[in-house]
Design a protein around this ligand. Structure first.
Ligand code: 13P
Ligand code: SF4
Length: 327
């Protein structure tokens, strides 16, 4: 299937026929982003999914994102073009492991901790969670919890380290999960690229293994602190627009995240030269949503995503808290 003008017209026609809104994450293939009604980060897309009037949501992203939409809108039909599009980070903690972790506190006679789970988790993990967060609002979510309360943060260790650094909170306990794509963007690689591009700003997603080392490098004076920005994918777009609007905005920006992000950044600020820190950082799950898969999805009404009603009910409060906190 060619993602040409004819394909694009057919996608739009079928979407209308199904009363479907097409949502695409910033890591999707460029042609999928371009045909969608909305592109965005996990938080923005969850908010759109929750408020859309369409009876069907087609989620061009990974499975946990479609599940989150279904939890928020149980009466809508939620479709994903390929249900095999999983997430290595969501797979790094199970509901059983989370229950056991919580129990270590109560069994030691301590008050039950508050569980904050990244949205990159299964619906079953969300059902064991007090508040979900995304990379855009993780710091605000943790700040919303009384200071004396123990917080369990799962599953991403690098986002957890970023939140701990920002909040200075000693009672934040972090699960040791990671995303294989972001963890692979490492410190030495970043240091080399930054040294070779002394004028460039650095946009770093907090899931990256290099997020922590970037700040150490900045602390050592090897990297001016004002060049390093730790941002969600939506935050990167805002920062790109802002720096393009400034007369003397930076000429080049090194981007440490999944490479799909470059498409939106280049569209938002064509005058800035965006370069990937690691151009092999491509998420094979995100790329399962091909033009052919999207066409089949709209023609056949598949793959449909369902979350058992009992699990959805237990997870809904945590997801609703997430969409109301932060920008
Ligand atoms: P955000 O779009 O929320 O920054 O999330 C990044 C991500 O890894 C989604 O899979
Ligand atoms: Fe999951 Fe990482 Fe892929 Fe995002 S980039 S969907 S966190 S595996």
């Amino acid at each position: 299937v060619q993602a040409d003008a004819e394909w694009s017209r057919e996608i739009r026609r079928l979407a209308e026929e199904r009363d479907a809104v097409l949502l695409a994450h910033n890591y999707q293939l460029p042609e999928i982003q371009d045909v969608a009604d909305h592109t965005g980060d996990s938080l923005a897309l969850s908010r759109i999914a929750a408020s859309s009037a369409a009876s069907t949501i087609v989620f061009c992203g990974v499975h946990f994102m479609a599940e989150t939409a279904k939890i928020l809108s149980p009466d809508k039909t939620v479709l994903i073009p390929d249900e095999r599009a999983g997430c290595s980070l969501a797979d790094s903690i199970t509901a059983e492991q989370l229950r056991e972790w919580k129990a270590t506190f109560t069994e030691a006679g301590r008050p039950a901790p508050t569980v904050v789970s990244y949205v990159n988790t299964t619906a079953e993990v969300k059902a064991e969670t007090d508040i979900c967060c995304t990379s855009s609002n993780a710091v605000d979510v943790v700040r919303s919890i009384p200071a004396e309360q123990d917080v369990l943060f799962c599953p991403d260790q690098f986002l957890g380290a970023h939140v701990k650094r920002e909040t200075g909170r000693e009672n934040l306990h972090i699960w040791a999960g990671e995303c294989h794509v972001h963890a692979g963007i490492n410190g030495p690689e970043l240091a080399d690229r930054a040294a070779a591009n002394p004028e460039a700003d650095l946009f770093i997603h907090p899931e990256c293994g290099c997020a922590t080392s970037a700040l150490y490098l900045a602390g050592d004076g090897n990297l001016p602190e004002d060049r390093v920005k730790i941002l969600s994918t939506g935050g990167m777009l805002d920062a790109a627009r802002e720096s393009a609007a400034q007369q003397n905005g930076p000429h080049s920006v090194l981007v440490a995240t999944e490479v799909g992000m470059l498409h939106q950044l280049r569209n938002a600020a064509p005058e800035i030269d965006f370069q990937a820190v690691n151009d092999r950082a491509s998420c094979r799950y995100m790329k399962m949503i091909t033009p052919a898969a999207l066409l089949r999805c709209l023609r056949e009404g598949a793959d449909e995503v369902d979350v058992p009603a009992e699990v959805a009910e237990r997870g809904r409060g945590a997801v609703e808290r997430m969409v109301t906190i932060g920008r």
